[in-house]
Design a protein around this ligand. Structure first.
Ligand SMILES: [Zn+2]
Length: 227
């Protein structure tokens, strides 16, 4: 139905998409969008990573959810917003012609992960100049969400269990408290409450975004699923 519609999510590390927006990605894949998740590094600096374990885990998540994982080989911890990085992202945008682009929420003053901030800057720079891109969204930071004020929510109630399953597949990162599936549930409940008290009391789960730009149309992305 929407096989000519494409979503490109660009993140720094192999588990970033699972925490930030897995439910939304699942909604897109189940609405027959072509979804690509690009991880710019293998996450090799993580204490728990062994070799390229994190990429294998991300591949398992991609198969579970039904999207295509793209892997670049920039150096974990050293992503820098510069011409080379913008050109790299631009290459993927030109190749895939996405209508929707999702990336990290940039946190100023070094408060967030430096790789996330650099990724966000490069993605926004490349995506805003691409005529195919109608929607650009910043996704929720995994922790330390200083300054994150969402203005767009996606109902992921139907995919909450899938999101937790995906997070569990990132086993090598499992010792980090923000990787606990129950934390993902709490966060999705919190955002439901922020959207509207009844959204929470109706047992729904939401993922939050900051809308960078959007071109409104008749699009499944805009349809709200009511429980
Ligand atoms: Zn990350």
């Amino acid at each position: 139905m929407n096989s000519n519609r494409t979503v490109l999510a660009v993140f720094a590390h192999p588990d970033d998409d699972a925490l930030a927006c897995l439910g939304t990605i699942a909604r897109f894949t189940h609405a027959d969008y072509q979804v690509y998740v690009l991880t710019l590094t293998a996450g090799e600096r993580s204490n728990t990573a062994i070799g390229r374990t994190r990429l294998y885990e991300a591949e398992n998540v991609a198969q579970l959810v039904g999207y295509t994982l793209l892997k670049d080989d920039l150096t974990d911890g050293h992503l820098t917003f510069n011409t080379e990085m913008v050109s790299l992202v631009e290459k993927y945008v030109k190749q895939l012609s996405p209508q929707v682009v999702i990336t990290h929420y940039p946190q100023n003053f070094g408060y967030g992960h430096q790789d996330h901030d650099s990724t966000a800057a490069a993605v926004i720079n490349a995506a805003r100049r691409a005529p195919c891109v109608d929607w650009i969204l910043y996704a929720e930071p995994p922790v330390q969400d200083w300054g994150f004020l969402p203005n767009l929510y996606v109902d992921i109630t139907r995919y909450m269990d899938l999101k937790k399953q995906a997070i569990r597949l990132h086993e090598s990162e499992g010792s980090k408290s923000y990787m606990l599936p129950d934390i993902a549930t709490m966060r999705a409940q919190w955002w439901a409450l922020q959207n509207h008290p009844d959204t929470y009391s109706n047992g729904r789960y939401l993922e939050p975004f900051v809308l960078v730009k959007g071109l409104l149309g008749l699009d499944p992305f805009m349809q709200v699923e009511h429980a």
